[in-house]
Design a protein around this ligand. Structure first.
Ligand SMILES: NC(=O)c1ccc[n+]([C@@H]2O[C@H](COP(=O)([O-])OP(=O)(O)OC[C@H]3O[C@@H](n4cnc5c(N)ncnc54)[C@H](O)[C@@H]3O)[C@@H](O)[C@H]2O)c1
Length: 349
């Protein structure tokens, strides 16, 4: 079923891959982005692009009404964990208050389907791995808390609608899917879209920048954890698979699926050293590594229990392979990013 969908943050890394898949699937896509970290070139030509902020409720309500929006996919947000520790109000304002403003606009206009970019950061340091969705949530930084608070707000709004206690516009219920992403990486298989987030801190992005000569090397934060080789273990999911999970969530809500919180990972962990070796292998370039101290708040291992997303959304990942993740990320870093920069550079003439 083709829907009219508002994609906030659709000029960013994950949002742009999702917007592209939505357009390809025949949905009407409106991207709202303030270009804090997104890029115009990343937005598909067939989507309507609006420059603006999710917290601008007048603009958002107008967009929802003018485009007859039926569903919102909310990617917009700040994502740098250490920055959230230094400047928590920046994160609570944009990620939490901004999300509330967007939800309020949905309430006012009767948009009843909402998909939210949550994060494995809501678990903090899980006691049991792989982490299931019903594991205790105990985020250890403002970024994780800003995401968890948004999940709570979504839950409370959905419940209030079921109770019929928000009578303002007489609309029906409100249903959402909060997707808790684990470590997102990789680039589109055709090499035309990838992560261009300025000063990204993600391991695979950083390693690819290093083998492409854009950084001196990579610092590994701690090699004395109780893991397979002493370095931290994470669950890496290819960005194209993550994007397709959003389309599956949209289909699910469109046929009256109930509100859900779902992990987005493959359920398999790789250590930092394993990832760096994979980047060396796909690039054929050695990668200088410095061992640094542990970072405060880094869980030794973070791996998803991905059972529920398969059951609930009938979603099957296509690129569940660390080599594919690293190869697409590397190719993008080497060729794709450069051609984008060239296309955007002012003409010498
Ligand atoms: N990248 C990951 O590994 C990861 C992991 C877990 C969760 N997430 C979540 O996924 C979402 C997307 O992450 P990403 O990696 O694509 O980041 P990104 O920085 O590439 O994309 C975020 C986009 O949102 C836009 N934006 C930010 N604030 C805005 C606002 N107030 N109004 C309008 N636009 C705004 C930015 O300009 C950017 O285009 C974020 O909410 C993030 O917290 C990402």
């Amino acid at each position: 079923m083709a829907l009219s969908v508002l994609v906030t943050g659709g000029a960013g890394y994950i949002g742009s891959h999702t917007a592209r898949q939505l357009v390809a699937a025949g949905h009407q896509v409106v991207v709202l982005d303030n270009f804090y970290s997104g890029h115009r070139w990343a937005v598909p030509a067939d989507a309507t692009l609006v420059e603006g902020d999710v917290a601008n409720s007048e603009l958002v309500e107008r967009l929802l009404r003018d485009h007859d929006i039926q569903a919102v996919i909310h990617f917009a947000g700040y994502i740098v964990v250490p920055e959230s520790v230094e400047n928590p109000q920046k994160y609570y304002l944009n990620n939490t208050v901004g999300s509330l403003s967007l939800m309020q606009a949905c309430m006012e206009t009767g948009v009843d389907k909402f998909i939210f970019s949550s994060s494995a950061a809501v678990y903090g340091i899980p006691e049991v791995l792989p982490a299931r969705e019903d594991a205790p949530t105990a985020p250890i930084n403002p970024y994780g808390r800003s995401k968890l608070m948004t999940e709570w707000m979504l839950h409370d709004l959905a419940v209030s609608r079921q109770l019929g206690s928000v009578p303002s516009d007489g609309q029906g219920d409100f249903r959402y899917v909060a997707l808790r992403y684990f470590n997102v990486a990789g680039a589109s298989l055709d090499g035309t879209l990838g992560q261009a987030t300025p000063e990204a801190t993600h391991l695979i992005k950083v390693a690819c920048e290093a083998v492409c000569g854009k950084r001196q090397g990579v610092t590994v934060f701690g090699d004395d954890y109780d893991t397979v080789d002493g370095t931290c273990v994470r669950d890496y999911i290819h960005v194209e698979d993550l994007a397709s999970a959003h389309l599956a969530a949209l289909d699910y809500l469109a046929v009256d699926g109930k509100s859900e919180i779902l992990n987005c990972g493959y359920g398999r962990g790789f250590s930092v050293s394993e990832v760096l070796n994979q980047v060396r292998q796909v690039s054929g370039i050695d990668l200088p590594v410095t061992i640094g101290p542990r970072r405060a708040g880094d869980p030794p291992a973070l791996v998803a229990d991905a059972t529920r997303i398969h059951e609930v959304l009938d979603w099957t990942p296509q690129h569940q392979d660390l080599a594919v993740i690293c190869r697409t990320a590397y190719t993008w870093e080497r060729d794709g990013m450069a051609s984008r920069a060239e296309a955007e550079a002012p003409s010498a003439a």
